[in-house]
Design a protein around this ligand. Structure first.
Ligand SMILES: C[S@@+](CC[C@H](N)C(=O)[O-])C[C@H]1O[C@@H](n2cnc3c(N)ncnc32)[C@H](O)[C@@H]1O
Length: 327
């Protein structure tokens, strides 16, 4: 299940498996699960992709699951504590290398980024401008400041920078000014209030999207340190993958996808020749790109509008003991 993308009918009749997660077939093809392998799903959500991996794992395979969100982790425990193949840890995938279960190396890592459908759909989590709730937006409610706490003290300039950097919001300064003016008379505590102040500062554009769309995305990315986690998590996954291991990442906006694309490119392709440098430095690729950007097909899009912005990229770790199916 993903915020990015919801879901079609899932393979089993499990109580949390009603929906098929975004780019499900592409994720499993990218991971190319070996029955005895060890895989890490760094973004468990409601476990839609994890269930697909488990269907392909044998008795001696392992699935390590992580999520920042305590509700996701509670569901992982409820659903999989009885399955000896599954190990569960609450935390950021940025810290995956600190988990001793990873010490033996990984055959695959999946990161299905962003927020989950339940996080967006439950007003109390405070992620949605469409559903009024407390202005929280933390995937892990025990970690760091909520959006309301940050907006209560952040400088106008800092708010504008966040809206511009993480939301590419052209009206960032106008919105930041309006937020600071409003909080002087009334604390910003609810998502509907935030959406209303933003809407009052930015008239609805021609694209029909809600004027708060970009700002909510920006504040959420900032509050959860999403891009920093992604950069650290990609390095950690790269370091922990065994030769022949697979990295599969689903992004939901261009800032994430740019990081993933550059990361894979940096490890897979020699840097372009530099005219100022007479001799090209040696370059040994450590990743093999598995195709380009993959997107949801029409069938999935007609079923799941949230899949429209999903972009999957996959790569294989290179090294001395390559998979037998590598070219
Ligand atoms: C799009 S959903 C994943 C859906 C999942 N693939 C499924 O099939 O149900 C993203 C999940 O990743 C979690 N998440 C986002 N960033 C994370 C991070 N840095 N570390 C751990 N979990 C993270 C969110 O809490 C959310 O539950």
């Amino acid at each position: 299940m993903t915020a990015g993308g919801m879901e079609r009918a899932a393979p089993s009749g499990h109580r949390h498996a009603q929906h098929r997660p975004v780019l499900y077939a592409q994720v499993l093809a990218g991971l190319d699960v070996r029955p005895g392998g060890t895989y890490l799903d760094g973004t468990f959500g409601r476990g839609g992709h994890a269930r697909g991996v488990l269907e392909q794992l044998g008795d001696d395979g392992r699935l390590l699951v992580m999520d920042k969100d305590p509700e996701a982790i509670a569901i992982a425990h409820a659903d999989f504590d009885a399955d000896a193949r599954v190990l569960i840890r609450r935390g950021s995938f940025a810290d995956l290398a600190a988990w001793d279960a990873v010490d033996g190396g990984l055959d695959g890592v999946l990161l299905d980024l962003g927020v989950s459908s339940p996080q967006l759909d439950v007003a109390e989590r405070g992620f949605s401008f469409g559903k009024d709730g407390p202005l929280d937006m933390r995937m892990d409610p025990d970690d760091g400041e909520s959006a309301a706490q940050w907006l209560a003290h952040a400088e106008e300039r800092a708010i504008a920078d966040v809206l511009w950097t993480y939301g590419e919001e052209r009206a960032s300064r106008r919105i930041a000014k309006a937020l600071v003016a409003r909080r002087e008379s009334q604390p910003l505590l609810r998502t509907a209030q935030l959406a209303e102040v933003i809407a009052s500062a930015v008239p609805r554009g021609k694209d029909k999207s809600h004027p708060a769309t970009r700002s909510f995305q920006a504040i959420r990315i900032f509050i959860n340190r999403e891009l920093a986690d992604l950069e650290i998590g990609l390095d950690a996954a790269h370091a922990c993958l065994k030769p022949g291991g697979r990295l599969v990442v689903i992004s939901f906006h261009s800032l994430e996808d740019r990081i993933v694309k550059q990361f894979i490119g940096t490890h897979a392709k020699a840097p372009p020749a530099d005219r100022r440098r007479p001799v090209e430095p040696d370059f040994t690729p450590t990743l093999r790109m598995l195709g380009g950007a993959q997107k949801a097909d029409d069938a999935e899009l007609s079923d799941n509008w949230r899949a429209r912005s999903a972009v999957l990229r996959a790569a294989e770790k290179l090294g001395p003991a390559l998979r037998s199916d590598a070219p």
